[in-house]
Ligand binder design. Sequence first.
Ligand SMILES: NC(=O)c1ccc[n+]([C@@H]2O[C@H](COP(=O)([O-])OP(=O)(O)OC[C@H]3O[C@@H](n4cnc5c(N)ncnc54)[C@H](OP(=O)(O)O)[C@@H]3O)[C@@H](O)[C@H]2O)c1
Length: 236
Amino acid sequence: MSTATSNRTILIVGASRGLGHAMAVEFVKKGWSVVGTVRGGTTRTLLHELADQHPGQVDIEVIDIVEPDQLAALKQRLSGRAFDILFVNAGTTNPDPTQTIGEVSTGDFVSLMITNALSPMRVVEALEQNVTPAGIIGVMSSGQGSVGNNETGERELYRGTKAALNMFMRSFATRHAKSSRAMVLMAPGWVRTDLGGPEGRLSIEESVPSLVNVLLSMEGTPGLQYVDYLGRTVPW
Ligand SMILES: NC(=O)c1ccc[n+]([C@@H]2O[C@H](COP(=O)([O-])OP(=O)(O)OC[C@H]3O[C@@H](n4cnc5c(N)ncnc54)[C@H](OP(=O)(O)O)[C@@H]3O)[C@@H](O)[C@H]2O)c1
């Protein structure tokens, strides 16, 4: 039986571990229904454990966002379903993030741009009609996607992919300027996950509960905002 205490639903794309899984936990605590995605295969993830603990409140969908066929199939499966929030969290980094842009191989460049910039936008474009008119479309960006704040270089390719993601989301927002939905590019802070590494400044607990409250606070404010986990506007 469902333990959801509200009739509100979020779709989190990329919820197997790390920040996406922690967001799913947070929304479950708030009584929301959660549909989270994992990549295919037989491996059990933290999201599967969450679904076992909250039968009827957490559903699992499967998609690798870089596979257009899988996106088309997900769109088909979700046809007619309405979500209060669509949040695209999935993202990664290149094998050697210390490389300067001139050192990055063409293959790594193309691969990371596809995963971090092109594919999240394809998900947004494909599923935006599933978001309620007063709902929220969120995408996990990064403070490292800020051009204005880049005073150290470092993680050059990763920065470029998130800056590109920001630009594409801004283009999407201008095309939907009359939409009543809130749109959010989120910077979670430097968090100790597999991607953030052990040196990260924040624990997941220090970032995600606040990030979720910031996301929810955007509801009812149409237009695109680029904010961090404390609700501070990040310069483009
Ligand atoms: N941690 C930080 O400090 C930090 C800072 C700024 C922004 N971010 C952003 O936050 C997001 C989550 O990062 P994280 O720190 O939680 O990293 P993580 O622990 O490495 O988790 C990455 C998540 O993205 C999923 N994913 C990656 N590629 C995918 C694909 N092609 N299709 C579907 N799902 C895919 C992973 O699924 P699998 O389990 O299947 O691999 C996993 O659920 C990313 O967009 C990242 O760029 C993180």
